[in-house]
Design a protein around this ligand. Structure first.
Ligand code: ATP
Ligand code: MG
Length: 429
């Protein structure tokens, strides 16, 4: 026997059993984005490697060790996108979307990072993100946060997530702070782990993010960026917080929140949960005012966020927040017995679909006994089973059986049937 080919480690199939929950989540996203006036953008999965090196930063975890990079047949280095922002910025510059206009864009799709697979962390995962160009906030930063907060409310997640906020200040303030940090960490070389030593001169801010227990005390005592903000960034941050206060959105200021990508400045935020172990960040974002220029466009302020779909779906599942009727495949299941009835069932199915465009109807195919067809009808989640047998065919009727209620079976002609179904499933018309 031939050996079985398996999926790539850390890359998952989305099976039919799981797709209703994903569709439920995606449905909320789609309508929410349009309610806020955001437009969808789709970009290719493959980009030139340099796009990510220049935006995310050479000395970040993503670029140093997580990217799927390979040479194509022309010897050009390509990378499977590890995140969405860089691609959206590239596309927006390339297509002139940023010329004297604001843009509110959103996207969804798979991202790729070579990480150690575990619960909530995969090598192919999915993000939903938004990127807003041409507004320097803080009102627009708050809008982005309000949009996500509304999503949590709709999904029943509000009490399970916490908003963490920080400001990284201007690039100049951050550069000055960086020097102070290098000085401080250099005085604590004995406590630094290998990663931290390596990053000391390349990306010292990331050391603040370290999870190494022995370093925590030292990190607690480190100088804080919030104490070294430039005046404009301080005002920006204060206004942001007061806008959130007036909108009734609680938050925690976390001075250690630095984010793993180089392009952020001023506002950074994360929505976290304690229900998923160490993969607790479900949404993360911030301002990246310098990125458009850095990638060759005219300087345009920007802010955005991305959420991890797997983590959110997992969270809904873990917390039992999945609507009960989600797994119901169809409303009506149509069974038939005998060749002539099967032929008729196919036609009846089509004419019911003409009459009731919103009805979810499955016609049984492939024959079988009453018992086996009933079993399939039951498994489909249908509330109503329709039966076409020899008797019904002769009388030009259909029998209707209620699957989930103790109501009596009925026999109806086709127009009576269409009327009953229309009353029973008002959204089907
Ligand atoms: P983490 O600290 O968990 O590694 P990150 O800072 O690398 O996250 P971002 O680049 O900010 O993550 O991506 C935004 C969101 O995408 C994360 O908050 C998370 O929900 C999700 N995400 C990131 N990497 C993965 C992954 N490998 N598998 C599943 N979801 C992920
Ligand atoms: Mg990561």
């Amino acid at each position: 026997m031939l050996s079985k080919i398996q999926a790539i480690r850390g890359m998952n199939d989305l099976l039919p059993e799981q797709s209703p929950l994903w569709q439920y989540f995606e449905g909320h996203i789609r309508s929410l984005m349009s309610r806020y006036g955001y437009q969808e953008i789709r970009t290719p999965i493959l980009e030139q490697t340099n796009l990510f090196k220049r935006s995310i930063g050479e000395v970040t975890d993503i670029v140093e060790k997580e990217m799927y990079t390979f040479d194509d047949r022309n010897g050009e280095s390509l990378t499977m996108r590890p995140e969405g922002t860089a691609s959206v910025v590239r596309a927006a510059i390339e297509s002139g979307l940023l010329h004297n206009q604001t843009q509110r864009l959103w996207y969804t799709g798979p991202m790729f990072r070579y990480e150690r697979p575990q619960k909530g962390r995969y090598r192919q995962f999915h993000q939903v993100g938004a990127e807003i160009f041409g507004l320097d906030g803080p009102d627009i930063d708050v809008e982005a946060i309000l949009l996500t907060a509304r999503l949590w409310k709709q999904l029943g997640l509000t009490e399970h997530v916490t908003l963490e906020l920080n400001s990284l200040g201007s690039n100049e303030a951050r550069a000055a702070y960086r020097e102070r940090l290098i000085e401080y960490f250099s005085a604590h070389m004995d406590v630094l782990d290998e990663d931290a030593k390596r990053r000391l001169h390349t990306n010292p801010l990331r050391i603040l993010d370290s999870k190494t227990p022995e370093m925590q005390n030292m990190i607690e005592q480190a100088p804080q960026l919030l104490d070294h903000l430039d005046d404009d960034s301080r005002t920006h941050f204060e206004t942001l917080k007061s806008l959130l206060d007036s909108a009734g959105i609680p938050y925690v200021v976390n001075p250690r929140l630095v984010r793993g990508l180089d392009y952020y400045n001023r506002t950074v935020f994360e929505w976290t949960t304690t229900a998923l172990g160490s993969q607790g960040t479900v949404c993360a974002g911030g301002r990246y005012d310098g990125l458009v220029e850095q990638l060759g466009g005219k300087a345009v302020p920007a802010v955005g966020f991305a959420m991890g779909v797997e983590r959110l779906v997992l969270l809904l599942d873990t917390l039992g927040l999945v609507p009960g009727d989600l797994h119901q495949q169809v409303d009506v299941y149509l069974m038939a017995f005998g060749e002539a009835a099967e032929r008729q069932a196919m036609l009846l199915g089509e004419s019911l679909r003409d009459a009731l465009p919103g009805l979810r109807l499955q016609v049984h195919c492939g024959g079988g006994s009453f018992k086996s067809q009933m079993k399939k009808a039951d498994r489909s989640g249908a509330n109503i089973a329709l039966i076409l047998g020899e008797d019904e065919l002769r009388d030009q009727k259909v029998s209707l059986k209620y699957m989930r209620e103790s109501l009596e079976q009925q026999t109806l002609n086709e127009s009576e049937l269409a009327q009953l179904l229309a009353e029973r499933f008002p959204n089907a018309r």
